[in-house]
Design a protein around this ligand. Structure first.
Ligand code: NAD
Length: 515
């Protein structure tokens, strides 16, 4: 069987250049069947150089295009993505494995950043102070950085590239995306739709690759900024190497989000929320809720009782099964990794209440499926608690009181998201103020902020100072220039009579300074 090749999108075209890939490629699977469905070209420094040259050529003109016209490209792009939603969602599911409804959500959450970017003329208005001193005004303007790059993970192949590229492009930069080599097709389609929407060639480009391409990006002197999302060790590496090369870097990492269940919570609602938040998308979400913390013994017993049948009722199916709760994980290696973590949890003494290992979907025995798992009596010393599993595995960590429940997520190495379920406004308010985590949900299991707010965790969940999208994104992708201006009174100049020009010291030119 011949498999298609997924090429870079450079200078408006997807054909590989003479040096494209240097001969290396990566396998792209269909996680539903377990078969290789495509090969992605793994790029080299030479491919990046071609993309940078195209970006360099196009960016000054794009930056000089007025923001309203740039916004019109965003409006048209949004229309095109909506018109192609079904095709994009199918393509996304076929490489990632998430169910179609989740793929549409992935695209939709990215489009919301594009909607935010449609307002870029308003957003880019600078600050102005009239009369900062006698006759002196101060104003600021935000200018693009030039060429920026994004390096993205496999789990949101539409949303995360759009978080970065939407804001980078709307603010006048050229943007080079290095998507995950595990599901690279949707990013290329997004690039094609940007071109169709009227974006000039070279402003949004896609280069595929692995560590070699990432290192080439980090070291390239013409790239001013790098936005990364992925696992924490790599995020830290990207942050250090990029900063050392003099770049602006934001690097989002892994997560282990906790859901605190207070004794007064509506347990039926909590269980319904956990079914989605812990197991949806096979747990491959950085805002998933893989740890649940019931407060008090009674809450723990009642919650566990309700969770077991709810987990048994979850339907694992192929991505195109409309009734499936979740689909396969991204590849066989990731499934083995999840299964190894389950074994580690058992070895460390946690109680495995529901074991999802060894699950086979009839008719799809080679697909990368794994059933849902539930652990109870997980403790903070266990490595299976400390580390991210990134699969359909829920861990119960029992807390004796509110103080312990605040301490658990606060002391964890990751600090992406956290949720509290309660009917007590005071408890929720205290929790939100005190917890050492970047994004908090109150009776909201997955508190991903809307596009006009910003996304970002704390501790080992993010390196760098600025969040993704919203005004933080605008700050990341622009540099601020502040102008202090003084216009002396023109009437003080000598008369200009000799050359016939206007005399400027007459009464008509006396302009009193107001500020
Ligand atoms: P990953 O770290 O394996 O890959 C992310 C990117 O880094 C990919 O583009 C990949 O090609 C590149 N990469 C991989 N190995 C590299 C290396 N050795 N050197 C340089 N670059 C390398 O992550 P993933 O498995 O694709 O995605 C899942 C991870 O991403 C999870 O840890 C998840 O929590 C995290 N994530 C975080 C957020 C967030 O906003 N905090 C959002 C989504 C996903």
């Amino acid at each position: 069987m011949t498999v298609r090749t997924i090429e870079h999108l450079i200078a408006g075209g997807t054909a590989g250049g003479p040096s494209s890939g240097g001969g290396r490629s990566g396998d792209v699977f269909d996680p539903n069947s377990g078969e290789i469905q495509a090969r992605v070209t793994l790029g080299t420094q030479a491919d990046l150089d071609r993309a940078v040259a195209a970006a360099h050529k196009a960016q000054p003109g794009w930056a000089a295009t007025n923001p309203q016209r740039r916004a019109r490209v965003m409006f048209e792009f949004k229309r095109l993505v909506e018109a192609n939603m079904d095709e994009l969602a199918r393509l996304l599911s076929s490489e990632h494995g998430k169910v179609i409804a989740d793929s549409k959500g992935d695209i939709q959450r990215g489009l919301e950043v594009i909607e935010f970017c449609c307002g870029i003329p308003h957003i880019l208005k600078g600050e102005y102070t009239q009369g900062a001193g006698p006759g002196i005004d101060v104003y600021s303007m935000r200018q693009p950085l030039g060429i920026g790059a994004g390096i993205t993970p496999f789990n949101f192949p539409a949303m995360i590239p759009l978080w970065m590229s939407g804001v980078a492009i709307a603010t006048g930069n050229a943007f080079i995306l290095k998507p995950s080599e595990r599901d690279p097709s949707v990013p290329v389609r997004l690039g094609e739709l940007f071109l169709e929407a009227g974006l000039p060639e070279g402003i949004f480009q896609v280069v595929h690759g692995d560590k070699e391409m990432v290192d080439a990006i980090l070291d390239h002197p013409a790239i001013s900024a790098v936005s990364f999302v992925g696992s924490s060790d790599i995020a830290h590496y990207v942050y250090r190497r990029g900063v050392e090369a003099g770049k602006r870097v934001q690097a989002m990492g892994g997560a282990k989000n906790h859901g605190i269940v207070m004794p007064d919570a509506d347990l039926d609602q909590v269980v319904a929320d956990l079914s989605g938040a812990a197991f949806g998308s096979a747990g491959e979400r950085c805002m998933a809720l893989p740890v649940v913390v019931p407060v008090g013994e009674k809450t723990a017993i009642a919650l566990r009782e309700k969770l077991i049948p709810a987990i048994a009722a979850l339907r694992v199916g192929v991505s195109t099964d409309n009734d499936a709760h979740y689909g396969p994980v991204v590849n066989a290696a990731h499934r083995s990794r999840i299964e190894n973590w389950i074994q580690t949890g058992v070895d460390e003494g946690a109680e495995l209440v529901v074991d999802g290992r060894g699950f086979e979907l009839q008719g799809h025995e080679k697909g990368f499926f794994i059933g849902p798992s539930l652990f109870d009596h997980v403790t903070t010393e266990m490595s299976a608690y400390k580390e991210e599993i990134f699969g359909p595995v829920l861990q119960i960590v029992r807390a004796k009181d509110f103080e312990e429940a605040v301490r658990l997520p606060s002391e964890h190495q990751y600090g992406n998201g956290v949720a509290i379920f309660t009917r007590n406004g005071h408890a929720a308010r205290e929790f939100a103020a005190r917890v050492n985590v970047g994004m908090v949900g109150i009776n909201v299991p997955i508190p991903v902020p809307v596009a006009y707010h910003t996304f970002g965790g704390w501790k080992r969940s993010a390196f760098g100072d600025t969040n993704q999208h919203g005004m933080e994104g605008v700050k990341f992708w622009t540099k601020v220039k502040t102008i202090t201006q003084r216009w002396p009174d023109g009437s003080a100049l000598p008369a200009m009579a000799e050359d016939g020009g206007p005399a400027r010291n007459n009464d008509a030119f006396v302009i009193p300074t107001m500020g």
